[in-house]
Design a protein around this ligand. Structure first.
Ligand code: SOE
Length: 394
């Protein structure tokens, strides 16, 4: 590592992968400097993918200046400061570690890895690189939804008091139809786990983020409702069409678990792709000695807040529209009262990363935070396999 990249006005970004997450991150790199006052200007310098013509099409569509057909070539370029990893989980560790060792800052999609061992190696590489001013962040994007960031503020301001209960659900239904085709998200080799790692990881991170506490033990159950599915006709995203032949689903369709937090709170978690009618419902409720909070991503601009100190005759859950200039991230967007959407969380993620890189701060969630989530995921799987409570290594 020779010098700290990204300190001369521009911050040159190279991204690996260009499917759903690649598109979401691309709009974030493009919009962040247009709406936020940033100390460094992100440049969308290069996009990497294996197929030359597809990556060229994607670069044109998403706004990248050039392309590479291997991530190794991207990491080797000395005109790139940040590597943004938007690939399936089986490649996160090798790309992120190589990038950190080459002195590039890294933003890596969630979950951090497919196993605790990989996540440990990534956290170690991140710590070593940080000693040279190289920054890293894992993309638990929902932390940057303004209503969630406000929930975190209210907890740390003491408005909820001592937390007794955390109720967290992530509910989707995109494979409830047994004819919905296979995709990489249904293959253990590529995704690590199913609903558990893909969406359960988000609610684990959110629960720990909002409460400021850590899960200390879990008791879980994983289940696969449909074990064999049609192979996709060509593309295998969240909405592919069925082709001929079938493939084995090697991950869970749904995961539930009980959790105990270090500070004594009790947690109930549920992550499923079979909640018919629920599209992207991240529901979190926190009950404390002084009040409660409730959030649902399907109504993402609202936070529900109960203040237990209010006169009992008029107390009740208050519906806060999180669209005011005083709310986290909101002032950069539209006039008060004008709502924002799914993609804004990705933009806020880029804004925070760029600010941290410029200021020399350690971004959050860090790879160490990603490792902590990975340990909970692994413990839920072991618990389901062995019918036992599992402790999480602190
Ligand atoms: C699919 O379940 C998915 O795209 C997840 O992979 C994302 O992390 C989540 O934001 C939306 O759903």
């Amino acid at each position: 590592m020779t010098s700290t990249p990204g300190t001369a006005g521009d911050l040159a970004v190279g991204m690996v992968g260009y499917a759903f997450m690649g598109a979401a991150h691309s709009q974030a790199w493009r919009n962040a400097p247009r709406f936020f006052d940033l100390p460094l200007h992100p440049r969308m310098r290069a996009l990497a993918g294996r197929d030359a013509s597809r990556v060229a099409d994607a670069a044109e569509r998403l706004g990248w200046d050039s392309t590479e057909t291997s991530w190794q070539a991207l990491v080797a370029r000395d005109d790139i400061d940040v590597i943004d990893v938007c690939t399936p989980g089986d490649t996160h560790a090798e790309i992120a570690i190589a990038a950190l060792q080459a002195g590039k800052h890294v933003l890596c999609e969630k979950p951090l890895a497919n196993s605790v061992e990989e996540a440990e190696a990534m956290a170690e590489a991140a710590e070593k690189a940080a000693a040279h001013g190289v920054r890293s962040m894992v993309g638990f994007t929902y932390r940057r939804v303004p209503a969630i960031a406000l929930a975190r503020q209210l907890v740390s301001d003491g408005r909820i008091g001592t937390i007794h209960h955390v109720r967290a659900q992530y509910l989707q239904d995109w494979i409830v139809d047994p004819q919905a085709p296979m995709s990489w998200r249904l293959e253990k080799d590529k995704a690590g786990s199913g609903a558990l790692g893909d969406i359960g990881a988000h609610i684990i991170d959110l629960a720990q983020f909002i409460t400021g506490d850590s899960i200390r033990r879990v008791s879980g159950r994983l289940h696969t409702f449909v074990g064999e599915r049609p192979l996709p006709s060509e593309h295998s995203g969240l909405s592919g069409t069925a082709g001929s032949g079938t493939g084995q689903v090697t991950v869970d369709d749904a995961a539930t678990f009980l959790a105990e937090f270090g500070g004594g709170a009790m947690g109930v978690f549920e992550a499923t792709r079979f909640a018919n009618g629920r599209k992207n419902a991240i529901r979190i409720e926190v009950n404390g000695s002084a009040g409660s909070l409730a959030f649902d991503f399907e109504d993402m601009n609202l936070l529900h807040f109960f203040d237990g100190s209010e006169d009992a005759r008029t107390a009740g859950f208050r519906r806060i529209l999180v669209t005011e200039d005083q709310h986290p991230y909101v002032a950069a967007w539209w006039p008060p009262g004008h709502i924002i959407g799914y993609e804004h969380g990705f933009t806020h993620q880029v804004v925070d990363l760029v600010n941290d890189i410029a200021a020399g701060n350690a971004p959050t969630p860090s790879f160490a935070d990603g490792l902590r989530v990975q340990r909970v995921l692994a413990a839920v799987e072991t618990s389901s396999d062995t019918d036992s409570w599992q402790e999480i290594q602190p």
